[in-house]
Ligand binder design. Structure first.
Ligand code: CUA
Length: 346
């Protein structure tokens, strides 16, 4: 339905973006439902004002009669709009909930915002700047970090946007439905180069995507890059993998509950691992001493943290394939299924 509304502003920037993801269609329908209700109500109210002003003008009714009201009429104009609002609320809440809950089998890609570019990292080790390649018809989850200030990742054609705030991970997901090339933007003013912080999302057929991904990363998979960093930063001297060292053993840790020394239990997800790398004393695992591990804040870039987490993930063989860091094979026509692809650590 967007075709007749594609009013070109300049070149590739139409007033109404193309509808190129599953949620784009759903959100668009809600948008037009709310717009239609608003337009109908506005026209109705203004028509009544004009009509009544004309019909009940003083010239025709020299002596006004006081009307005491009509319960039935008042109930009608209260309850009907209330029900229409409830439809908007329920519909909106459903879409909002879906937007916050990526499907379990979503393919994971990592995005780091930096003045002034988007850096993209794929599990197979490919890195890109201001370009995101995804296969059509598969849900994709972006895990996003900022290296400096607040950015906002936005793809109008997918109807997705999310702030990327320094200090933690933000995420969003989408399922592209149309092969093509779509604008991606930073939609939060982030300094002089903000306007240049743009790029393209390339939605490819499964076949083309497999071909594109087949090269893999120049320095191995993301988990392999993480493994190299694990050695380089000296993590391996305390985090031993086969016996218990001075620091917690990381094998099988990912997404598992961790008992802390203050009695709390947390899940070892991406956010926890990131915090524990950059600020190790924020949460001390029960049975371990604080101040053993140095603070890596400012020492490790967000991109390297992502690689390190991918490596830690790869040490958990039970993690579903989609969450696995290393992928020895390129992302194939079915990038989301199949056995765990990690092998170099086992
Ligand atoms: Cu980054 Cu605006």
């Amino acid at each position: 339905m967007h075709n007749f509304l594609m009013v070109p502003l300049y070149g590739d920037l139409p007033l109404f973006p193309p509808i190129a993801s599953k949620q784009a269609g759903e959100i668009n329908s809600l948008y037009w439902f709310i717009s239609a209700v608003s337009i109908i109500m506005t026209v109705l109210i203004f028509a009544c004002i004009v009509l009544f002003a004309w019909k009940y003008q003083r010239r025709r009714h020299a002596h006004a009669t006081q009307i005491e009201g009509s319960t039935r009429l008042e109930l009608t104009w209260s309850i009907l709009p209330f029900l229409v609002m409830l439809i908007m609320f329920a519909w909106g809440a459903k879409l909002y909930y879906a937007a916050e809950h990526p499907p379990k089998d979503a393919m994971e890609i990592f995005v780091t915002g930096k003045q002034w570019m988007w850096k993209i990292q794929y599990p197979n080790g490919i890195r890109e700047i201001n370009a995101l390649h995804v296969p059509v018809g598969h849900p994709v989850k972006l895990t996003m970090a900022s290296e400096d200030v607040i950015h906002s990742f936005s793809v109008p054609a997918f109807f997705v946007r999310h702030d990327v705030i320094p200090g933690h991970y933000d995420s969003l997901w989408f399922m592209p439905t149309k092969v093509g090339r779509y604008h991606l933007f930073c939609t939060e003013y982030c300094g002089n180069g903000h306007a240049a912080m743009i790029g393209w999302v390339y939605v490819m057929s499964d076949e083309d995507y497999a071909k594109w991904a087949s090269g893999g990363g120049a320095q191995g998979s993301l988990a392999e890059q993480g493994q190299a960093l694990f050695q380089q930063f000296g993590c391996a001297t305390c985090h031993l993998l086969d016996t218990q060292g001075r620091c917690p053993n990381l094998r099988g840790l990912y997404n598992k509950p961790v008992q802390l020394n203050d009695g709390r239990t947390v899940i070892a997800d991406d956010a926890y691992l990131r915090e524990s790398i950059l600020d190790p004393n924020a949460k001390i695992v029960a049975g371990f001493e604080p101040n053993v591990m140095p603070n890596f804040k400012g020492q490790v870039s967000e991109e390297n943290v992502i690689a390190l987490i991918a490596y830690i993930k790869s040490l958990s063989p039970t993690t579903p394939a989609s969450q696995q860091g290393p992928q020895q094979r390129p992302l194939s026509a079915t990038p989301l299924k199949g056995p765990a692809l990690a092998s170099h650590t086992r």
